[in-house]
Design a protein around this ligand. Structure first.
Ligand SMILES: Nc1ncnc2c1ncn2[C@@H]1O[C@H](COP(=O)(O)OP(=O)(O)O)[C@@H](O)[C@H]1O
Ligand SMILES: [Mg+2]
Length: 373
């Protein structure tokens, strides 16, 4: 832990310190040797800006094996913040992120049952439907598979199981001789969807407790092969159904998807609280449809303002793992998800970045590590 020295700025009277100015300064601090800034890496946590006192305090939580790199980032951050008008004091605390993975196969956790075959379970959640949860779950699953992990995708969104539509899967799940559901193997990812349990087009509008019971039953009656990560597309919301699902699925971690318009702190807080109730770490926030990238010049247009996601992430001290631009290509092409069918699109690049962060945060299971790394 390093607390840096206090200092005084001469320009404080002329320009009062603002949160936005502090944020802009942080955005200019890049990871050494890379073009990405420390905010987009999720290193900045617990940013506190006090305009009256002229003070900025934050934590830098840097996941690097090299302490000299963390120190370099701290120094650069310190220098960047010193140049902000109105600043009198800067306090930077350097910490190492704690890996979220708890030993999951703890038999004392009687209410939770691990899903057979899945080493880590990652839930993708959102406060509301239509924010891109399925699009993100799906592309994240394929991006993780492209990183060499064995990945499963469970479409548990009872209200709108739309993963099969995205991947153009139509055949219902086959059932094994011992009554287990067999996942569909699609382009290297094992998929199970509530929509493929021969219910046809009938909308599933059941009452909460029944739904939860059915989904958890279903979680444990699937013949998953050995998986490194199972990505679960949860039903939207933070009600009882979600809570009981989250509780019973024994999750390793969760991601919260939001869009800038409805990016109310309230929604994200509710999501965070739900996961905290069941001791599930929230690994990050993903902001979807956050900006538009001009296809001819590459200019990024932030239609709803730039800082919604960042502010929420900083306030809740959860990293903002990525921003997905508004782009029709996220829908993929003929059943092939965006990361595979439009790998050069900005959205695909964002999905890959998120997958890399997720892998870093989960910690790659030993079994999946390439022999030479
Ligand atoms: N970044 C994006 N750009 C353009 N359209 C998007 C984006 N993300 C999602 N969509 C579209 O928005 C709709 C809702 O997305 P979906 O992933 O089904 O949301 P959810 O699962 O949260 O209900 C879909 O038609 C999807 O193709
Ligand atoms: Mg969905």
């Amino acid at each position: 832990m390093v607390i840096n020295k206090l200092f005084t700025s001469r320009s404080e009277k002329a320009h009062p310190l603002t949160y936005d100015a502090a944020l802009a300064a942080l955005r200019n601090v890049k990871f050494p040797g890379m073009s990405r800034d420390i905010i987009s890496f999720g290193f900045v946590q617990d940013l506190k800006v006090d305009p009256a006192a002229g003070s900025i305090a934050l934590q830098l939580s840097i996941s690097s094996e090299r302490p000299e790199l963390a120190e370099e980032i701290r120094k650069n951050t310190d220098a960047a913040l010193r140049s902000v008008p109105g600043v009198k004091t800067v306090a930077i605390e350097l910490s190492r992120p704690t890996p979220p993975s708890q030993p999951r196969h703890d038999h004392a956790q009687a209410t939770r049952a691990a899903i057979a075959g899945a080493a880590q379970i990652l839930a993708v959640a959102s406060g509301k439907g239509g924010v891109g949860k399925s699009t993100i779950s799906t592309n994240l699953a394929y991006a993780l598979a492209d990183r060499g992990l064995r990945v499963g995708l469970l479409d548990a969104d009872i209200h709108g199981p739309n993963v099969p539509a995205l991947l153009e899967l139509r055949e219902p799940h086959a059932i094994s001789a011992d009554q287990l559901l067999l996942p569909v193997h699609h382009l290297g990812v094992e998929i199970v969807s509530l929509a493929l349990i021969s219910m046809g087009d009938t909308p599933v509008i059941w009452r909460g407790p029944m739904v939860a019971k059915m989904v958890t039953e279903f979680l444990h009656r699937v013949a998953w092969p050995e998986l490194d990560v199972l990505v679960v597309d949860l039903p939207p919301g933070t009600g009882d159904v979600q809570l009981s699902l989250v509780q019973q699925a024994d999750l390793t971690g969760a991601l919260i998807v939001t869009t800038p318009q409805e990016l109310s702190l309230l929604d994200a807080r509710k999501g965070l609280r739900m996961f905290q109730q069941v001791d599930t770490p929230v690994l990050g926030i993903i902001e979807n449809m956050s900006h538009y990238v001009c296809s001819s010049c590459g200019h990024e247009e932030y239609l709803f303002g730039r800082d919604g996601g960042v502010r929420v992430a900083l306030e809740l001290t959860i990293p903002l793992l990525g921003r997905i631009p508004l782009d029709v290509r996220v829908q993929g092409n003929h059943g092939s998800p965006c990361v595979r069918s439009f790998p050069d699109s900005p959205a695909a690049a964002a999905f890959r970045d998120i997958a890399a962060s997720v892998e870093r945060l989960l910690g790659r299971p030993a079994a999946a590590s390439p022999a030479n790394s």
